[in-house]
Each structure stands twice: as structure tokens, then as C-alpha cells.
Design a protein around this ligand. Structure first.
Ligand code: G1P
Length: 302
């Protein structure tokens, strides 16, 4: 993935909640974090960190839980491996693993019990302090060189104190798997929201715009989270904390169409693997040939 020019936006910190069990991806996630499952040649979490960095983020707090230590190792230096690669003259691999450890300042904190996404984000309060920050859910890959997050940071800059979420239009009942946005004004790709409802039944969804895993929050969200009672599924939902902001400083959404893969879901994970495999600078050409021959041999699409 190439790194786009960083913006000079005011958001420098991000929180990545990565404490979930990954039950949608069992058995692969029985003994390894879902965030470490590779997509082509790098773990999913690396795409998310690289996206944040491309959007100008320099400080990242990853909220983890038990059995997630390999994620910490991935973003740390690895002196033995580095020495071995150096001795073997494998300089490209060496440069790449050193680059990963230097992407951003990365901190880790553990969420002691699974009390919901809102609670996990709330674990970042002391680290984030009194400044706006981004949240990236690592099940969602956004392959856009940070463009959506940069746009959201810029919209947040236009509305100080407001929260900005990302939304995508989902057909029919699909929207019920998301926080469904309730827009009052739409101006190009930006909408002002009256509120947002966590995973409503399809007939109660206020629109077909579902929130995806990117958020820009003012620090006031932490007070809202602290006040939020368990909601959908008995968990403290970030959606409920955000809905309260809508009545105050405001809640906005940036809509987008392309670039998202839900790699916490097996089918979309396969789509990500194929599309990112095809886009890979070294493997893409050969992989296209492999795919073309599989499609021809099996008569797929004919
Ligand atoms: C979470 C949020 C939901 C949001 C979704 C985006 O749900 O609770 O509001 O729309 O992420 O992917 P989850 O997918 O963790 O159940």
C-alpha cells in the first residue's frame, strides 16, 4: 500500500478497538487474534494502521484483550529477525519489518472485560485527553490511502465539537447489521444527522445509510460513554453515546461508496483477498492469470 501525503489536520491520535473474540471468523480465530489474519501478505491490522498514518495520525492506541500479544510483537522491533535478515542480505524484507515498527507511536491497553464497543473506546480516555481523535474498527479495511478519514477530519474541522461518522448505503435489510443514520440535511457527501439507531429491525431503520468503522470524535464523547447505559445486546454501544452528541454539538456523516471490505466476515474477506491480490505490485499479474485459468476451467460466469 502506498502512503499518501499526510494532511495537516488537527487530529493526531487514533484509538483502534481490537479486543473482540472474532467469533464470526472461527475456527481461524480460536488461538490467534482476528486482526492478525493476513490479507495477501500482511495482517489486517497493518492495513488499518497504515490508513490512519496516511490520514495524518501519528499516535495510535490499540485496545486489546487476552491472547492478543502477537499484535504488539508485529508493531515492535524484532532484533533477532533483523540480524538474521541482515546477515543473509535480505535487505528488502529487513527494510519492510523495520518500517512497520516505525509507522507511528503505538500504545496498547487491555480491556479487562468485553462490555461493548463504547466501553472499549472509553478505555482511551486518559490517553487521548482533551483533543479530537479518530476511531478505526479493524474489521473494516478502507483501501483508499486514508482519503475517507482525511475527509472526515476536514469535516470535523468545519464543525468544532461535533462527531463525524462514515456511512455507506446498504440495500434492504442489510442496514440492520449497522448503526443506521437518521439524516436531516444532505449536502454532497456530508449529512447532518438527527440521530443514529444501533442495528434496528429493517422496518424501523431511519434510512439505508449504515455507519461503517471510521469515526472522528470530540473528547466530550468520553463523558457521553461514561453516561451511556447498556443498550443493544446488553453492551455499552458507541452508537448510543453518539446519539446524545447529535442533540448537542452535532453529529455529521460522510458518505462514501468504494474501498471498504469487512474482513471480519468470511465472504468479504475472500473478496478483499482477491481484489488486493490483483492490486499487489509483485503478485498481481501472475495472480490474474491464475484466477483467469480457474474461472475458465470451472466455467464460472459462463
Ligand atoms: C459496530 C457498531 C455499528 C457499526 C459497525 C460498523 O458493530 O456497533 O454501529 O455500524 O460496527 O462495522 P459490529 O460490526 O461490531 O457488530
Amino acid at each position: 500500500m502506498t502512503t499518501a501525503e499526510p494532511t495537516t489536520g488537527t487530529v493526531r491520535k487514533a484509538v483502534i478497538p481490537a479486543a473482540g473474540y472474532g467469533t464470526r471468523f472461527l475456527p481461524a480465530t480460536k488461538a490467534q487474534p482476528k486482526e492478525m489474519i493476513p490479507v495477501v501478505d500482511r495482517p489486517a491490522i497493518q492495513y488499518v494502521v497504515e490508513e490512519a498514518v496516511a490520514a495524518g495520525i501519528t499516535d495510535i492506541l490499540i485496545v486489546t484483550s487476552t491472547n492478543k500479544q502477537t499484535m504488539e510483537n508485529h508493531f515492535d522491533r524484532a532484533p533477532d529477525l533483523e540480524r538474521t535478515l541482515e546477515a543473509k542480505g535480505k535487505t528488502d524484507a529487513l527494510d519492510e519489518i523495520v518500517r512497520i515498527a516505525d509507522l507511528a507511536t503505538i500504545h496498547f491497553i487491555r480491556q479487562p472485560e468485553a462490555r461493548g464497543l463504547g466501553h472499549a473506546i472509553g478505555m482511551g480516555a486518559a490517553h487521548v485527553g482533551d483533543e479530537p481523535f479518530a476511531v478505526l474498527l479493524p474489521d473494516d479495511l478502507m483501501i483508499d490511502d486514508g482519503a475517507l478519514l482525511r475527509r472526515m477530519i476536514s469535516v470535523a474541522g468545519d464543525h468544532p465539537g461535533a462527531a463525524v461518522i462514515s456511512v455507506k448505503e446498504f440495500p434492504g435489510a442489510e442496514v440492520s447489521a449497522y448503526g443506521a443514520a437518521d439524516p436531516i440535511e444532505i449536502d454532497g457527501d456530508v449529512m447532518k444527522l438527527r440521530g443514529i439507531v444501533e442495528k434496528p429491525p429493517p422496518e424501523e431503520a431511519p434510512s439505508q445509510f449504515g455507519s461503517t468503522g471510521r469515526y472522528v470524535f470530540p473528547p466530550e464523547i468520553f463523558d457521553e460513554i461514561a453516561r451511556t447505559k447498556p443498550g443493544h445486546g446488553g453492551e455499552i454501544q458507541i452508537t448510543d453515546a453518539m446519539a446524545n452528541l447529535a442533540a448537542g454539538a452535532g453529529l455529521y456523516a460522510v458518505s462514501f461508496v468504494e474501498g471498504r471490505y469487512d474482513v471480519g466476515q468470511k465472504l468479504d474477506y475472500l473478496r478483499a483477498t482477491v481484489e488486493l491480490g490483483l492490486a499487489h505490485p509483485e503478485l498481481g499479474g501472475q495472480f490474474a492469470d491464475v484466477l483467469a485459468s480457474i474461472v475458465a476451467e470451472r466455467g464460472i460466469g459462463s
